[in-house]
Design a protein around this ligand. Structure first.
Ligand SMILES: [Zn+2]
Length: 212
């Protein structure tokens, strides 16, 4: 098996929020915290955001998660998104880790619920969201996995990295100006050796249809 490791260096330009199931005095939506109290972007949120972006890149060559009815049904003929990110019938070869956010004094922001139907603010639906301090904020996401061949590992790396670079926001509340990313830089090794950028670009050109 071939070992792939990807580190994404994430830089947010705005404050950040993901809603957890924790209760905090004064906040209707508290952020997700880990067992030790650190604020995190959960691995599942990162994976979901990357998969959604990967599906956009692959277009009609990929199925549409997360509803199993709209996903590949034959485990022997999976689309590339299912091969890399997993499928109800096959686990992902990649493991995603919670992204630990730097220690900061969290803030409480007021929001106003907007009625989507009437497109008008409903004053009595004022609510409070816990966020990180105003940006910029940096954090590192680690992803690793085992693949049957060098080629499969390279293809997976190219898909994950391109998806990451096309993300404009991570976390909840982007319409309220939360979670906007400034840059994502990727570092990638296969069997401990840095992956040549030309290998990535070869795949990117195929998917994006340029320079063939
Ligand atoms: Zn699929």
């Amino acid at each position: 098996m071939v070992h792939l490791k990807i580190s994404l260096h994430l830089k947010w330009q705005t404050a950040f929020h993901t809603t957890g199931n924790r209760w905090r005095w004064g906040a209707d939506k508290a952020m997700v915290r880990r067992y030790d109290g650190a604020y995190v972007l959960p691995a599942t949120s990162l994976k979901g955001a990357l998969r959604a972006q990967a599906e956009r890149i692959l277009g009609d060559k990929a199925c549409k998660a997360p509803n199993p009815k709209h996903m590949c049904s034959d485990p022997n003929h999976l689309c590339l998104a299912c091969e890399v990110f997993g499928n109800p019938r096959r686990v992902s070869p990649l493991r995603f880790y919670d992204v630990v956010l730097p220690k900061s004094e969290p803030q409480i922001r007021a929001g106003v619920a907007i009625s989507r139907r009437r497109r008008a603010a409903v004053p009595q639906r004022l609510y409070f969201v816990e966020t990180t301090a105003a940006g910029p904020m940096v954090a590192q996401a680690d992803i690793q996995g085992l693949f049957p061949s060098q080629e499969k590992a390279e293809e997976a790396a190219a898909l994950v990295i391109l998806a990451a670079q096309m993300l404009s926001a991570l976390g909840a509340g982007r319409t309220r100006g939360l979670g906007w990313l400034e840059t994502i830089e990727a570092e990638c090794t296969i069997e401990g050796k840095p992956l040549d950028r030309r290998v990535l670009e070869h795949h990117w050109n195929q998917w994006l249809g340029g320079g063939q």
